[in-house]
Design a protein around this ligand. Structure first.
Ligand SMILES: [Zn+2]
Length: 393
């Protein structure tokens, strides 16, 4: 077994000025009905045998469409059923399914955990990976890293890969048919991209997950990501309610998937994802809330820590309009549950990129950010109601 690939061990050696790196998928393809084109694409890329990783549900839906498109272009397929957790045990089992098949490429078709597991499986099989996200709920598809979980679903680490996915293919007919809550959650994850990348760009001591300084390219993509959400977020939700893509949905799916994916990996993370990691230590939250919903709570808390209450209000009002949580009550928590609050604070502080904030991060400051953001969120929902939040769950 070769040593795990660690980008920081290559790039982080230069102290000042630091190396800067952009990581991106080779191709990003998005639009209504694009799954029908994968046969032709795979043929032109010279693939004879394709592996298809999807959940049981996925094999009856999107993966079946991919299989049909491939087979109508006379490409052989082999299938493997993803069990639901991006854990080492699951990954090894799927590698065992697929290694006798002599594949040329693996398609990973599904949500965030399936696509991350697919990257790990393809790496072990020694073949390239093509990602087909069926939800726009997270920024996993475009990155060259995978988050790993225990079999119980607790985050346990990450794997980095020397190669990016050779294609990310997003069919917006599929996204428009999924539940609105997934798209909205993806907007929470994507909105954090700008507020975290901005911190990293402005703080010369900050480093990305690759151990590098952010590029101006990734920083600009992060800013465009936030503008796109503010301008098109609500209209994109409407498209999903009607089950049909529109121009706003196309723009928001691109923001959630491509801009946010490159933005977080090459622009840098900070406090918002720290709070999100903190929330996962509470089983009541971990089981009932999506990653992007926890990140949304983290965006407001990070902005309060940074003493930017006006920007926190601006983003909070947007979150209320699309249905993201903005106060502890909407997460089933209260400021008086001090044990839970302290558990989140401790979990948040164990997230290394929190150190990208340009001031010392201590327990009091992390707790204060979280609690003052919740008070602000309560004030915003008192003014504007929480109809969208209620509607989408
Ligand atoms: Zn995220």
């Amino acid at each position: 077994m070769t040593e795990p690939f660690q980008p920081a061990s290559i790039y982080a050696r230069n102290a000042d000025p630091s190396v800067r790196v952009v990581i991106a998928p080779t191709k990003y393809i998005q639009g209504p009905g694009v799954l029908n084109t994968v046969g032709l694409l795979a043929q032109r890329l010279g693939f004879g045998k394709v592996g298809l990783l999807a959940s049981r549900r996925g094999h009856g839906a999107e993966a079946a469409a991919v299989k049909q498109a491939l087979e109508s272009s006379t490409i052989d397929t082999a299938t493997s059923e993803f069990g639901g957790e991006s854990s080492l045990r699951e990954i090894e089992a799927r590698v065992a399914d697929l290694s006798p098949e002599a594949l040329d490429v693996l398609f990973a078709i599904g949500g965030g955990k399936c696509v991350d597991a697919g990257k790990c499986i393809a790496e072990r099989l020694g073949v390239p990976v093509i990602i087909v996200p069926t939800l726009a709920s997270n920024d996993a598809p475009c990155s060259a890293l995978a988050v790993l979980y225990t079999e119980a679903g607790v985050m346990s680490g990450a794997e980095f890969f020397p190669n990016s996915p050779i294609a990310v293919i997003v069919d917006t007919d599929v996204i428009a048919a999924a539940s609105e809550r997934y798209l909205v959650s993806g907007m929470g994850d994507a909105m954090a991209t700008w507020y975290e990348a901005k911190v990293c760009a402005e703080n010369p001591a900050a480093r990305t997950v690759l151990g590098t300084r952010p590029t101006i390219t990734a920083t600009a993509m992060s800013e465009l990501c936030a503008h796109t959400l503010y301008d098109h977020g609500e209209a994109a939700c409407e498209a999903v309610r009607h089950g049909a893509p529109n121009e706003s949905l196309e723009q928001v799916v691109e923001a959630n998937t491509l801009l946010s994916g490159i933005g977080f990996e090459s622009g840098g993370l900070a406090g918002a994802h720290g709070y999100a990691q903190g929330y996962t230590v509470l089983p009541s939250v971990e089981e009932h809330y999506l990653h992007g919903e926890m990140v949304a709570m983290g965006v407001m808390a990070q902005l309060m820590m940074e003493d930017c209450p006006d920007e926190a209000r601006r983003v909070g009002e947007f979150f209320v309009r699309v249905g993201l949580p903005v106060h502890l009550g909407q997460m089933g928590l209260s400021a008086t549950q001090t044990e839970d609050i302290e558990a989140v604070v401790q979990g948040a502080m164990s997230f290394a990129p929190f150190a990208n904030l340009p001031f010392p991060v201590d327990q009091d400051r992390v707790r204060q950010g979280m609690l003052t953001a919740s008070v602000l969120g309560e004030a915003i929902t008192a003014e504007h109601g929480e109809q969208a939040f209620q509607r989408i769950r």
